[in-house]
Design a protein. Structure first.
Ligand code: 13P
Ligand code: SF4
Length: 319
């Protein structure tokens, strides 16, 4: 018979702490726990400032695969933490806000993918990392927005099924001679960036370089100077002589861009519409509580993990 005991209150719940106290507590716990904190470029500024590594989806997977730390605290969305758990099952992977999902990842299920595969027998499936472990397990290889074209080129055959982002699939199609069969998924945040807003922004800032993410609609990509993953944007901005940039991705990236280029101006055509609520749901307080309690943990059933790992390993081997 099991005994139920009341869960002890975490110190952050016993007293109200301000941002400076929470930051200090997070740093103390991080050192005590020997945790590696990794954060996506869309995370809140205070979370990015605490992280050991900040990057795009590809960089985060590479870090998760390479680290010696036994504890990874993943500040991002669920599929990202899941990838870390797939790659490093012996490590404890914590996602401070367990409800931080990705609506695009939810737009494809293993059953629906199996139906699609049955329609195109033998055609390899390239899965954007924005998918669940169970969907990755049904796929041949993963990709991120940074390496999608390279991965599609590396796969055998002249046709691929590309899931779940129709916009990234379309962008890849413009860069390859292979046939890309898209899935009808999309990112609601990037979808809210409007063509008219971008046109107006370009008129107001004619000198600005327009950088957009390939998750944006085709009409937005057509108006851009460059198409990059988040890390690709950061690298471009660091090295560019330009002083003004129009940014077509989630607003969290502004923090890193401003740090790298305090002399430059950054404009977001659709303003607050360019905020992903899931990415913002991880707060400093939740990070501290997660470090105290060492939960919520992200784990993947072993049979799914092994098949999903094959798809992720294949992607990492192409890098
Ligand atoms: P990247 O960081 O790989 O560019 O992806 C953006 C994204 O939407 C992650 O959810
Ligand atoms: Fe998913 Fe879009 Fe948010 Fe990225 S920005 S986590 S793709 S909903």
């Amino acid at each position: 018979m099991s005994t139920l005991t009341a869960e002890p209150a975490a110190p952050t719940e016993q007293k109200l702490m301000d941002q400076a106290e929470l930051t200090a507590e997070a740093r103390r716990l991080k050192a005590e726990r020997r945790a590696l904190i990794i954060a996506h470029l869309y995370q809140r500024p205070e979370i990015q400032d605490l992280a050991d590594f900040v990057g795009d989806s590809l960089g985060l997977s590479q870090q998760a695969a390479a680290t010696d730390n036994d504890l990874i605290v993943f500040c991002g969305v669920h599929f990202m933490a899941e990838s870390a758990a797939i790659l490093s099952p012996q490590k404890t992977v914590i996602l401070p806000e367990p409800k931080a999902g990705c609506p695009m990842a939810d737009m494809v299920t293993p059953d629906a993918l199996r139906e699609m595969k049955a329609k195109y027998p033998g055609v390899p499936v390239v899965a954007y990392v924005n998918t669940s472990a169970a969907v990755k397990a049904e796929s041949d290889i993963c990709c991120t927005s940074r390496n999608a074209v390279k991965i599609v080129e590396a796969v055998e055959g002249d046709t691929v099924i590309f899931i779940p982002d129709r916009n990234l699939a379309h962008y890849v199609q413009t860069q390859t001679r292979k046939k890309v069969i898209p899935w009808p998924g999309f990112c609601p945040t990037h979808d809210r960036i409007k063509v008219d807003d971008l046109r107006r922004m370009k008129e107001s800032h004619p000198e600005a370089v327009v950088l957009v993410h390939p998750e944006t609609d085709q009409a937005i990509v057509d108006l851009a100077d460059k198409v990059f993953s988040t890390e690709g944007m950061r690298r471009f901005v660091r090295e560019s002589p330009a002083k003004e940039f129009i940014i077509g991705t989630e607003m969290g990236i502004l923090h890193a861009l401003q740090k790298d280029r305090p002399d430059a101006s950054f404009y977001f055509p659709s303003g607050d519409e360019q905020i992903c609520p899931n990415m913002k749901s991880t707060t400093l307080r939740k990070l501290v509580v997660a470090l105290e309690r060492l939960e919520p943990r992200v784990t993947v059933p072993e049979d799914i993990r092994l098949r999903a790992k094959r798809a992720l390993d294949r992607m990492l081997a192409v890098q």
